[in-house]
Design a protein around this ligand. Structure first.
Ligand SMILES: C[S@@+](CC[C@H](N)C(=O)[O-])C[C@H]1O[C@@H](n2cnc3c(N)ncnc32)[C@H](O)[C@@H]1O
Length: 294
């Protein structure tokens, strides 16, 4: 793989100014929380990954780039499929990359590397990847047009891009149901402001098609992926987890100790209809986006 970086673990600071606020968050509380709850996040997203990998059709000799790879679950899966090739995971977050490297060592996956980089501006070697993929890692760019243009340059002619991003917040009960319950008692960020980087920034398929086409991709296909997301083993587990997220923790600290009980009761009431024999499950709707470089 061109410019395969060493798996050095010296990085720690935010790598770029283009996405400084995101870099700060993912190197801070948000990143630490993902590392702490990495198995839970994998369980939450487990029903989405098969859609991504079925679309990506990674060949045994493929060079793969995983954008916003986080703790590396999808990068390791890509590396296993590209048994005679390699997978590179890039991410802003030093703590999440450290966890990804730990997993690669523990699982003895050798054809994988991780690099701290801002995918929007990182000077990837041109025309070097056969497959670029991302599981919910491409919605946080301050300048999505610049980012997808930068990524397009790194894909070889005939190569492909595949990513999952969320449909709108309104259709994603896993997000809105707990948020509505919490927002009735706490001042928490809503994270779905149109035009702002965040989980729902690529919710409009027309926008996504426009961005990718302007970046130079063609054969853009956008298909709905409709699943039910596991959010906890049972009601108490789901409620307890909601109380751990950095934004909820910060709002709770502001509101004072007596708010805690009210918030937990509101969450219990809101989430109780979603109990199933396999745990708590709420509707989740993503887009699976595929494009090619001519
Ligand atoms: C929702 S998490 C998904 C992580 C991982 N793909 C997964 O499925 O577990 C989003 C990830 O995108 C990363 N990210 C956000 N903006 C980025 C950027 N400009 N360049 C590289 N990574 C970025 C974050 O650090 C975070 O790890």
């Amino acid at each position: 793989m061109p410019h395969m970086p060493h798996n050095d673990t010296t990085e720690a600071a935010a790598p770029a100014e283009a996405n400084a606020a995101q870099a700060e968050a993912w190197n801070g509380d948000a990143g630490q929380h993902w590392v702490q709850y990495r198995d839970r996040r994998e369980a939450q997203l487990s029903r989405f990954s098969p859609h991504l990998f079925a679309a990506a059709q990674i060949a045994a000799d493929a060079q793969v780039l995983d954008v916003g790879c986080g703790c590396g679950g999808t990068t390791l899966q890509a590396a296993r499929q590209a048994a005679n090739g390699q997978a590179l995971g890039v991410d802003l977050s030093a703590p999440m990359l450290a966890e990804a490297r730990r997993r690669a060592l523990a699982e003895e996956v050798a054809n994988v590397a991780f690099q701290q980089a801002d995918a929007q501006v990182h000077p990837f070697a041109p025309d070097s990847f056969d497959v670029m993929l991302s599981r919910f890692g491409v919605m946080f760019f301050a300048d999505p047009q610049a980012a997808f243009s930068n990524l397009e340059r790194a894909v070889r002619s005939g190569g492909s891009l595949h990513f999952l991003c969320w449909q709108s917040a309104e259709v994603n009960d896993f997000f809105t149901v707990p948020l509505r319950a919490i927002s009735a008692h706490l001042d928490v960020p809503q994270r779905d402001t149109p035009g702002e980087p965040g989980p729902f920034s690529l919710a409009d398929p027309d926008d996504v098609r426009g961005l990718l086409t302007a970046a130079g991709f063609d054969s853009v296909e956008i298909n709905a992926v409709d699943e039910r997301m596991w959010i906890g083993a049972d009601l108490e587990d789901a409620v307890a987890y909601q109380m751990t997220t950095p934004s909820n923790q910060a709002a709770l600290a502001e509101a004072g100790p007596e708010a805690r009980g009210r918030v937990m009761d509101a969450l219990r009431e809101a989430l109780s209809p979603y109990a199933t024999a396999e745990g708590m499950k709420l509707e989740a709707h993503a887009w699976l986006v595929t494009a090619r470089k001519r």
